[in-house]
Design a protein around this ligand. Structure first.
Ligand SMILES: [Zn+2]
Length: 254
């Protein structure tokens, strides 16, 4: 069980870097242990997020203390521990420093429904602006968790993003989509500003369609395949492009 979780965490790190969310050795991802909800696996410090291995991933408790592993713990661990403490249903937390989301956060604008990705977040993404500094203690971690509330995504102004998912696939999906939404809106802003938007009467339906549950797993599998194809590494069985590996519940003809 833990081996499978570690493998998924490792693949999630590779995907995040492939999607432009790497920041050298900064940014992190965690996954709650199913048999011990007060502990979670986490990317260690000193390494890139795509460099996780079964051996270097550390185990941390809900107070933010490392309990297992040789590698150092990130100082911003409290984002993970406090979101997990306040949200029992959340099993994965991601904090990255994606360029477009950071640049967008400096504009003081709301994400608007002017792309599929933007529509996904047009109900509002909280902006954490209590500090633009790193989140290096429990009180700040609690403040981030409070600002996130019941949502899946938050922007740390002039700093980065936080996403939370019931699964690793969901947290990764939301992180990728949030960065894309910011990038596409920045493109439109740079070209004079968006003038046409998703119609109000289509907004709610389109928002739910762009964040379908089956899409999260299918997109994650695709991105794992893309990484393995590029490196020429052996494709794990569960991610191969075989029809039995896919969730087809979102398609009218399954
Ligand atoms: Zn950070």
């Amino acid at each position: 069980m833990t081996d499978k979780l570690r493998e998924k965490l490792i693949n999630a790190g590779r995907i995040l870097v492939d999607e432009g969310q790497g920041d050298y050795v900064w940014g992190h991802i965690s996954a709650r242990l199913p048999d011990n909800p007060n502990r979670f696996l986490m990317k260690p410090g000193c390494l890139g997020i795509e460099e996780m291995t079964g051996d270097n991933i550390i185990t941390v408790d809900i107070e933010g203390e490392k309990v297992l592993g040789d590698w150092p713990r990130h100082n911003e661990v409290y984002i993970h521990s406090e979101v997990m403490r306040s949200r029992p249903e959340i099993n994965c937390v991601i904090h990255t420093h994606p360029e477009h989301a950071i640049a967008f956060s400096s504009l003081g604008k709301e994400l608007s429904a002017m792309s599929n990705d933007g529509t996904m977040f047009s109900a509002g993404v909280p902006i954490f602006s209590e500090t633009t500094d790193l989140i290096t203690d429990q009180p700040r971690g609690k403040a981030v968790a409070k600002a996130l509330g019941e949502r899946r995504a938050l922007i740390l102004r002039n700093h980065g993003i936080v996403t939370a998912g019931t699964t690793i696939e969901e947290a990764v999906f939301v992180a990728i989509k949030l960065e894309r939404a910011c990038r596409i809106q920045m493109l439109a802003e740079a070209a004079g500003g968006p003038k046409l938007f998703v119609k109000d009467e289509e907004l709610a339906a389109k928002r739910s369609r762009t964040n379908r549950g089956d899409s999260q797993g299918n997109a994650f599998s695709y991105l794992v395949r893309r990484w393995h194809l590029r490196c020429g590494c052996e494709m794990p069985k569960e991610y191969r492009a075989e029809i039995g590996n896919f969730d087809r519940t979102g398609y009218k003809s399954s």
